[in-house]
Design a protein. Sequence first.
Length: 291
Amino acid sequence: MLVSNIEMFSPSSLSECLTYLSQSSKKHKLIAGGTDAAVRMKEGKWRPEIWINIKNLKELRYIEEKDGCIHIGPLTTHTDILRSDLLKRKADVLVEAAREVGATQMQNMGTIGGNIGTASPAGDTIPALYVLGALIEISSLNTKRLVPIEQFFIGPGRTILRENEMITGILIQPQHPNEIGIFQKLGPRKAQSISIVNVAISLKMIEGKHCHGGKIAFGSVGPAIIRAKKCESLLSQGPLTEELIQNIAKVAWKEVLPITDGRATALYRRDMASALLERGLYRLLRRWENR
Ligand SMILES: Cc1cc2nc3c(=O)[nH]c(=O)nc-3n(C[C@H](O)[C@H](O)[C@H](O)COP(=O)(O)OP(=O)(O)OC[C@H]3O[C@@H](n4cnc5c(N)ncnc54)[C@H](O)[C@@H]3O)c2cc1C
């Protein structure tokens, strides 16, 4: 595809963008950092009649705490997340996930809204957003709705977004001082690699090895992100001893639903999901004990 054949509209404000989305009859697609879009465009997989370039909508790039929630603009880059003291203190698992996205170039260009918008089961920030109980703010010209992230995806590459809508915010619950999180990823290489398996864990600790429950979400081992609810139910069944952690890891092996593809076999993914969860729980406990 020749670049000169690509039609692009660059709105100068959010309201101009939403007005365009509500009025245009052309098949369109938003482009933010363009790191996914450029690849899909080159492969001929995404062929809208017009691209809507939102990269310059500065009002969609923010990280702030208000009304008991942390609000993140969809144009916030992975680098912004890595540098945010607020997120380091109150959403450590998201910071760890952002650190695992590609390498520095991808982190500088790629946005959290784009990571969600691509709706890949391997998107690294998505499991982290699951365990942080994220809500996605979806806007059209005249409406705004908040949807739990678990209801946002309807299949690989598919979301509930309507033609006239876009993501305008991501809201997460700040972690309390007794909540700790971790993100673990296995990719084919150290950097610039899409996850073979990833897992985000958030635990509410009480004291010692006792935990008051938590959330576990796996990526790249199913058609969408998988909340490991059977594993989660075991977290508060006693102190997190070696025996309990190994049992939880065994349950994870059964709870994930991987397929075999070019990156790994289903069996390898099951084994690695189980191993990443076990390692993640040990690491979290060590961090908690060293606080
Ligand atoms: C070499 C390479 C390595 C990579 N490594 C990783 C990795 O390790 N982990 C990982 O998770 N990803 C990885 N990616 C994928 C990509 O970098 C990320 O998904 C990134 O966050 C996408 O953000 P973007 O702003 O570039 O999205 P874009 O490419 O601009 O857009 C992606 C999709 O999101 C939609 N979109 C963007 N913003 C909005 C919005 N506000 N509302 C609604 N829809 C929106 C677009 O329409 C499009 O469908 C990699 C990509 C490359 C090329």
